[in-house]
Ligand binder design. Sequence first.
Ligand code: GCU
Length: 357
Amino acid sequence: MTLKDEVSQRHLPDLLRLLDGRTVNTAELWQQRREEIAGILSGEFAGYPTRLRVSTEKKVMRCEKDSYGGKAMTEHCLLIIRSDFSEAAFPFTLTIPKGKNPAPFFVYLAFTPSPADGIGEEIVDAGYALASVCYQDIAADYFDNHMTGLGRFCTRNPYDSWGKLRIWSWAASRILDGLTGDERLDFERAAVMGHSRLGKTALLAGAFDERFALTVSCQSGAGGAALFRGKTGERIENLRGEGSRLWFDGNFFQHSEETLPFDQHFLLAMTAPRYLYVTSASEDNWADPKSEFLSCIAASEAFELLGTEGLRHGGEFPETGTCLHEGHIGYSLRRGTHYLSRDDWKNVIAYREKHMI
Ligand code: GCU
């Protein structure tokens, strides 16, 4: 069976068909379709972000002039976000390699307040800057009635108000606002990256904010890069559990895999024709590497319509250890289980270097 057959056996909703039935075969029609998809994903999956007009201010609280043995400088910042009705702030760190400016950079959604030293040094040595934020500083990862952090900008209704993924991804865009104008950074080469639930978050950030030239999803699985239809491991019913229900909007759980008005290739395709990088791990059955890979293939249609190559592959599911780096969708399958490995970082950096992104 070819990969194309495998995708068609998933019976996915048609990426390139407008709701009124027209085929999407031009870049103009794709723009219309993209807006439709944005509406579908907001209404039925992630929820809508706040509509309040906000301003952001980045405040440097402390500066390490010589971090990573003097190879970089690190600013410990506070991002303050203000609307007419509310104000919130969260900390993040900005590390900039010395002598390599303006530097391409990562907005990295992290599980911890600062990334491990070793990997930070790899990133700095490769010439990338890193804006790193601990996701729980943005809004707590438990039911809080949206009373912590940025959740307060928009209350929770049972239907289509933002879930936590949307809040965290909205924060990634606010970090970008706060960094704007910093001449040490190359805004043509901004990436957003996260692992697992934060890989789902990074996909939303890159999908909805076109300033991100590269979106990186690491082992994001269900609700991330993986197709829901035909998926093994985690399913919608599992996401409905206590720990993850709050990540999505309420409408999402009205659907089963079969009735979803979208599948995750819609989310990936929102990044077209920019760059997208998806990593899987061979033993991560809960996330389901195969469904992540097929999703990249299904999303490639949009990239191709826009005149770029999506995922270039060898005609079958790649062997463990393979990196597919040719197209605007990059993919790697590393050996091992569910964690963010230095190999994932290295593969992402190799992809960035190859495409000068
Ligand atoms: C759980 C959850 C996944 C999620 C992961 C994580 O395993 O089921 O959907 O990606 O946590 O974020 O660590």
